[in-house]
Every structure is written in structure tokens, then in C-alpha cells.
Design a protein around this ligand. Structure first.
Ligand code: SAM
Length: 162
């Protein structure tokens, strides 16, 4: 598989998982957390699919297209290892959907970061929340959801925490 094929498959998997999660949470009251704004593509997709849900974004440094930058009230700017702590009082128990797209080319770093992030998100989860992530979150292994049709296991990860 070429690198182009690989990127396309990853983005198709990402979109399919986000669409599946959006259907799952559409009728539920609560907020969305977007961990990592990047170019703002998935932020834009989520606000398109779930226009009635507030989206709070955690990002170290904003470099997205200006159309895809949340307002100040919905942006936690800085390292999420610190900003998540600051957000806890405000957003505790309120997230019906969390999307974390935080991987880099460094597999060891990705594994360590996901092992930290999974438990760090726990205080934010509303009952029956869905987490969609580009990395495996081992602490939620018991809550893995089936991936949408055609998405290979391990390409993206979905959890429904009961
Ligand atoms: N989903 C995004 C999109 O569709 O455009 C891409 C996200 S990009 C792969 C990951 C983002 O996470 C980067 O913008 C990076 O700055 C941010 N990030 C990674 N680690 C972070 C941390 N510890 N604190 C805050 N932001 C972080």
C-alpha cells in the first residue's frame, strides 16, 4: 500500500468513526471534546454533524484555517496535560463524545500519551459517552465498540463507556 493509500484509508476510517459516533450521541445532551485541533478538519466535521452540541477544543498551538478555529470560550489553549486539569470543574461529567486525534510518527510516544490521556478523560465522561481515538486506549478495552462496516480493526478506535 502506498503512503497515499494509507492516508486516504486513515481519513476514511476517521470520518466513518466520527459519523457513527455522531449518530450515537445525536439525541444526547452534553458537550463534545476535541483533543487536538490540528488543521481543524475534524472539528469542522463534528460541528457540521452535531450542530446543536457545544464543542470544546484542547490544542497546544492554533495553526488551523481561520474558519475552523473555535471561539475563545471553547478553546483550551496550551498543553492538554495542564489545560484538562483547568477544565475539570467546568466540564466534569458533561462529555457525550470525545474525539482524540493525537498521534505522531513516534509509536512509543503515542502509546505513552494514550495511556495517560485515557484515564485523564474519565472525569469528563457523561453516562454512556463515546470516545473516538486514533490510538488504542487500553484503559477502556472492555468498552470497545464495533467499528463501522469496512473499517479494519486497529485503524481507528471507538469506545462506549457505560
Ligand atoms: N484532527 C485534526 C484535524 O482533522 O485537523 C488533526 C489533529 S493533529 C493530528 C494533532 C494535534 O494535537 C496537533 O495540532 C497538536 O498540536 C495537538 N497536540 C498534541 N499533543 C498535544 C498536547 N499535549 N496538548 C495540546 N495539544 C496537543
Amino acid at each position: 500500500m502506498s503512503r497515499l493509500d494509507s492516508v486516504i484509508r486513515r481519513l476514511q476510517a476517521q470520518r466513518a468513526c466520527l459519523d457513527c459516533a455522531a449518530e450515537n450521541v445525536a439525541g444526547k445532551q452534553g458537550v463534545i471534546l476535541e483533543m487536538g485541533l490540528g488543521n481543524g478538519r475534524t472539528f469542522d466535521h463534528l460541528r457540521d454533524r452535531l450542530p446543536d452540541h457545544e464543542i470544546h477544543v484542547f490544542e497546544r498551538e492554533v495553526r488551523a484555517h481561520p474558519d475552523c478555529v473555535p471561539d475563545q470560550d471553547h478553546l483550551f489553549l496550551g498543553d492538554m496535560r495542564e489545560t484538562l486539569l483547568q477544565a475539570e470543574d467546568r466540564l466534569k461529567g458533561s462529555a457525550v463524545l470525545i474525539h482524540a486525534d493525537i498521534g505522531t510518527g513516534d509509536e512509543e510516544r503515542n502509546r505513552a500519551f494514550a495511556d495517560w490521556l485515557g484515564p485523564a478523560l474519565r472525569p469528563f465522561l457523561a453516562p454512556d459517552a463515546v470516545i473516538v481515538c486514533d490510538q488504542e486506549m487500553r484503559c477502556y478495552q472492555a468498552f470497545q465498540m464495533d467499528l463501522p462496516d469496512g473499517i479494519s480493526p486497529g485503524r481507528y478506535f471507538m469506545y462506549n463507556i457505560k
